[in-house]
Design a protein around this ligand. Structure first.
Ligand code: GUN
Length: 287
């Protein structure tokens, strides 16, 4: 069994990104800019946002975190997004989710200029991904694809099962696996006999949000197991969706939590911001 070391891969890619960014700045004067909008004071969101800011600064980007109170109205938030949509200094705009209940998440995500939608959550970007012409793609599945590449895990003809059907992970993951010529099944909480289905997988991606949900009896010997989960156990310890200890006994490759998928997500977000900056530069040149 091999641990897929997301932390090490993220650090390597982050180093390469800092070099690319420095070169871009020297050659064109362009500096990628990422603005993150955080509504309210959700503790987990605060940690994620702080990590994003740290990663952006480490890459040499221009970075801003706009913290607004939970009481902000939808109109005010839309106005804020519109301001950054129009400001050419900012290439990436990210609104941290979840949003308070009085704000319509769909309306907010729709308001972000698709060219600046570094999360890849805008329907235009989701549609481009599904039609085989990806531009901005969600960071978590993008990071998982980088892991497959780094560890030379060939996906062509493999049976891939994705447990979880969210717009953020499950659905875009399925499309990326399909694009890499895997045969893909999306499973979820209502799937019948999930362990039996999961046992058909050569590649099993788990993003269901339940601590230690996937046990050894879900896993075919030799399968590759990717754990997207970030849950807290009763002692507050961070645990994945996969019961790591027992699954590691049968998997060929497995991602640990922490240190697996998590660090890759942020690094891929920075890659997307860099790419958004390049695309903005190209668009400028064509004016
Ligand atoms: N909340 C949890 N994960 C994410 C993410 O990838 N992007 C945004 N915007 N919010 C999140």
């Amino acid at each position: 069994m091999t641990d897929i070391d997301g932390k090490a891969l993220a650090a390597k890619l982050q180093g390469q990104l800092a070099e690319k960014t420095a070169r871009l700045k020297a050659e064109t004067g362009m500096v990628p800019g990422l603005v993150v909008i955080l509504v309210g004071e959700d503790p987990a969101s605060q940690v994620y946002v702080r990590n994003k800011e740290r990663s952006a600064l480490a890459a040499g980007f221009k970075s801003e975190v706009v913290r607004v109170p939970e009481t902000i109205t939808q109109e005010e938030l839309l106005t804020l997004i519109s301001k950054y949509n129009q400001d050419a200094d900012w290439h990436g705009i990210l609104v941290q989710l979840p949003l308070p209940a009085h704000i319509n998440e769909e309306k907010i995500l729709l308001a972000i200029d698709p060219a600046k939608d570094v999360d890849g959550f805008h329907p235009t970007n989701m549609g481009k991904l599904w039609s085989g012409h990806p531009v901005m793609i969600p960071s978590t599945p993008a990071g998982i694809m980088e892991m497959f590449k780094e560890y030379k895990i060939d996906l062509a003809g493999k049976n891939a099962v994705v447990i979880g059907r969210s717009n953020i992970v499950g659905k875009p993951m399925a499309q990326m696996l399909l694009d890499a010529n895997a045969t893909v099944t999306i499973a979820h909480s209502r799937t019948k006999d999930l362990p039996a289905l999961a046992r058909q997988a050569d590649v099993l991606v788990v993003a269901i949000g339940r601590g230690h949900f996937v046990t050894k009896d879900f896993v075919k010997p030799g399968a590759v197991v990717i754990d997207v989960g970030m849950n807290r156990d009763e002692n507050g310890k961070l645990i994945g969706d996969v019961a790591y200890e027992e699954v590691a006994e049968v998997a060929s490759y497995i991602t640990p939590v922490p240190g697996g998928v998590g660090p890759m997500t942020i690094t891929m977000l920075m890659e997307q911001t860099y790419n958004a900056c390049l695309l903005a530069g190209v668009a400028d040149g064509q004016d």
